[in-house]
Design a protein. Structure first.
Length: 307
C-alpha cells in the first residue's frame, strides 16, 4: 500500500498534541465534507484520508505503531513476531534491526508485492524458502451519509457511491446523529488473498421536521388560543406516525406540558419500542380585538375584581 503521511494530511508536525490533532481534524473535516463539495471526487478522497488520519493519530496505541512502522503499522504485531522468530533462528544480528531509526517500509507495486526485507522475513511463494506469503486484511474505508429525520424514523434503503462503486444498504429505524455502522467486506482488497477491509459509515441526521429530538424522545410546541385554553376543548396534532386528537382541559396554563407515551422516535434495532412525545402548550393572546370584545374582557375583569 502507498505510504500516507497522516501528519501532513492534517497539517501537523510529529510532536502535535492530542488537542492539536482534534482541532485540525474538525477544521479540515468541515472544509472538505462531501456535502459541501458535491460531485468532487478529490474532496471525497481527501475527506476519507482526513478521517483515517484522525482515527490513527488520535489513538495513542495506533499512533505509536504508525510512528514506528509507517504504512505498515496495522501489521506491527506480525512484524514483531517475525523479528523474534528471526532472532531465535539466528538470522537477526545485533545492530542490524531495520526497524530502528524510524524508517518506514511499505508494500510496492500494483500486485501488493513484499519489499525485499519483508520477503526475507515472511517468505515468498516463489523463493527458495518455500514459505507462503502472509495474508493481511485490506484497508478500511470511511464514508459519511446524510439522512433526513423523517427518513430515519423508518427502516429504509439508501444508495451511495464509495470509490466509484454504488453500494445499497439498509438503514435501521432510529439511527442517531453521528452514529457509525460497519459494512463488513466493503473496504480495500486484502493483501495476498487476505480478507477485504470494512466500510465504516458515519450518519449525519438533518432535522426536516418541527420536532426536536433528544435520544428517543421528541418535543413539540403547540400554539393554543386563549379561548380554548380557558374553556377547554380539542386540538388535533400531527405526530410522526399520524394525527392524534388531544383533549384540552379547561384553564390550561401557558407552558403546560403533556406526554404522549410511545409517540416518540423508534429505538434503534428494537422493533416496536418507541420513545415519548412531549407537547408544550403555548397560549396565544388574541389580537385586533373589536370594541365589543374589549367590553366583554372588561366585564370579566370586573367580575374577577380586577381593575
Amino acid at each position: 500500500m502507498d505510504y500516507i503521511d497522516y501528519y501532513k494530511i492534517l497539517g501537523l508536525n510529529k510532536d502535535a498534541s492530542t488537542d492539536d490533532i482534534k482541532k485540525a481534524y474538525r477544521k479540515l473535516a468541515r472544509k472538505h465534507h462531501p456535502d459541501l463539495n458535491p460531485n468532487d471526487k478529490e474532496a471525497v478522497k481527501l475527506f476519507q484520508q482526513i478521517n483515517e488520519a484522525n482515527e490513527v493519530l488520535s489513538d495513542p496505541e495506533k499512533r505509536k505503531k504508525y510512528d514506528q512502522y509507517g504504512a505498515d503499522w496495522k501489521h506491527a504485531e506480525q512484524f514483531e513476531e517475525a523479528r523474534k522468530q528471526q532472532r531465535a533462528s539466528g538470522q537477526g544480528q545485533a545492530g542490524a534491526n531495520p526497524f530502528e531509526g524510524g524508517e518506514y517500509y511499505s508494500y510496492g507495486g500494483d500486485e501488493g508485492d513484499f519489499s525485499d526485507f519483508f520477503s526475507s522475513m515472511f517468505g515468498n511463494s516463489g523463493g527458495a524458502s518455500g514459505h507462503r506469503q502472509s495474508k493481511f486484511k485490506g484497508q478500511d474505508y470511511r464514508a459519511s451519509l446524510q439522512v433526513n429525520l423523517s427518513e430515519a424514523y423508518k427502516t429504509h434503503q439508501q444508495t451511495f457511491t464509495v470509490n466509484g462503486k454504488n453500494i445499497r444498504i439498509t438503514v435501521p429505524a432510529g439511527i442517531e446523529n453521528g452514529q457509525e455502522i460497519k459494512i463488513a467486506g466493503y473496504g480495500a482488497p486484502g493483501v495476498n488473498g487476505g480478507p477485504n477491509g470494512d466500510l465504516y459509515i458515519t450518519f449525519t441526521i438533518h432535522n426536516n421536521t418541527p420536532y426536536t429530538r433528544k435520544g428517543n424522545d421528541l418535543y413539540l410546541n403547540i400554539a393554543l388560543d386563549l379561548y380554548k385554553a380557558v374553556l377547554g376543548g380539542e386540538e388535533t396534532i400531527e405526530t410522526m406516525d399520524g394525527k392524534v386528537k388531544l383533549t384540552i382541559a379547561p384553564e390550561t396554563q401557558n407552558e403546560t406540558k403533556v406526554r404522549l407515551k410511545g409517540k416518540g422516535f423508534p429505538v434503534y434495532k428494537k422493533d416496536g419500542a418507541f420513545g415519548d412525545l412531549y407537547i408544550t402548550y403555548q397560549v396565544k393572546m388574541p389580537k385586533n380585538l373589536t370594541e365589543k370584545e374589549k367590553e366583554l374582557f372588561k366585564e370579566l375583569a370586573a367580575a374577577a375584581g380586577k381593575k
